[in-house]
Design a protein. Structure first.
Length: 337
């Protein structure tokens, strides 16, 4: 029997104002990141990219868990220490992205359905043996003309629920991520409607699948105006709408909610997280699970040059300090200087 329960792992993931680092970019996404700084994407350059962040001294003061990509789960730092072992030494819980990406169906143009359930039970056994103790599955919901359809929301919710049940059976805490995309010209009211419906439907399916909600983490979008909406909501409006959505859709026995950054800049994601905490989110521990919002600026500083690693890691610490403060409603603009 494992020494830690699923519930205790889930609680640890959102304790002490810490959050998750989403270092789980797929190979195509990691390639985009590396090409943006003029680096060719190879297994080694992707390892160097992960190494930059995972070896930063003091990361454990701000990060409770790291979501890894399958490739990274088997890689090591520049001194030969496996990344999983390095994280464990720091008291950080290793996690793994398990979905196989989203595809469109001919009958539902403009909508995507996540794949990856085939063979997942066996993969979970392998991931557990490698040290993963939590996992993530992402569903994608698009807002547009007549979108999303109820069918898209329901089918993705069923997949999330099936995944979560398999994860818990394997001794792994499921992070469920129904992401409502920021892309579009919708206003914040429409965003709130869709996000509420999506998350409510997802929890309905989790209950039907007998998923233990006390050992489940929700990773969700904040309620934000579409990126092409002519009237952009303020941080205060985002905070109020996001807390309203949580209270209308998330069961009390869920231990934690972590927000994805979803196209926000590092500063925007920090300001908006801070605003959420100003509105007293509720019974859950509310935190962050950011990728680009934490890694984007350090990546530019690094630019693939070994000499720039210390400066890039300093920038990374700055970003983590900001979200850690925002997680307590204590972030100020002066922290950017």
């Amino acid at each position: 029997m494992p020494s830690e329960t699923l519930q205790s792992i889930a609680q640890k993931l959102v304790a002490n104002y810490k959050g998750l680092l989403a270092a789980d970019e797929s190979v195509p996404t990691a390639t985009k990141r590396l090409e943006s700084i003029g680096l060719e994407s190879t297994e080694e350059t992707r390892r160097q990219y992960r190494n930059l962040f995972l070896t930063t001294e003091g990361i454990e003061n701000y990060i409770s868990g790291v979501i890894l990509f399958e490739e990274t789960l088997g890689q090591s730092d520049s001194h030969g220490t496996p990344f999983v072992e390095l994280l464990q030494q720091k008291g950080i819980i290793p996690g793994i992205k398990v979905d196989k990406g989203a595809v469109e169906k001919n009958d539902y143009p403009g909508e995507k359905f996540t794949e990856g359930l085939d063979g997942l039970a066996k993969r979970f056994q392998e991931y557990y043996a490698l040290g993963a103790r939590f996992s993530k599955w992402r569903a994608i919901i698009t807002i547009g003309d007549s979108l999303p359809t109820d069918h898209c929301i329901e089918e993705n919710a069923k997949s999330l629920a099936s995944y979560a049940a398999l994860a818990q059976a394997a001794g792994i805490v499921p992070v469920i991520e129904p992401e409502v995309l920021i892309t579009g010209d919708h206003d914040i009211k429409r965003s709130e409607e869709v996000t509420t419906q999506t998350v409510k439907t997802t929890f309905d399916e989790l209950k039907k699948n007998n998923v233990d909600l006390s050992a489940t983490i929700l990773k969700t979008s904040m309620v934000i105006s579409g990126d092409k909406c002519p009237t952009q909501a303020t941080s205060e409006e985002i905070g109020a709408a996001t807390v309203r959505f949580l209270k209308n859709s998330v069961p009390d026995d869920v231990p934690g909610v972590v927000f994805l950054s979803g196209g926000q800049t590092g500063v925007q994601a920090t300001e908006n997280l801070n605003a959420v905490h100003k509105f007293n989110p509720g019974p859950w521990q509310v935190s962050f699970s950011y990728a680009r919002a934490l890694q984007g600026d350090p990546l530019k500083v690094w630019a693939g040059q070994a000499a720039n690693i210390p400066a890039a890691q300093t920038e990374f610490i700055k970003r983590m300090k900001g979200v850690h403060a925002a997680n307590q409603g204590q972030y100020t603009a002066e922290m950017e200087n």
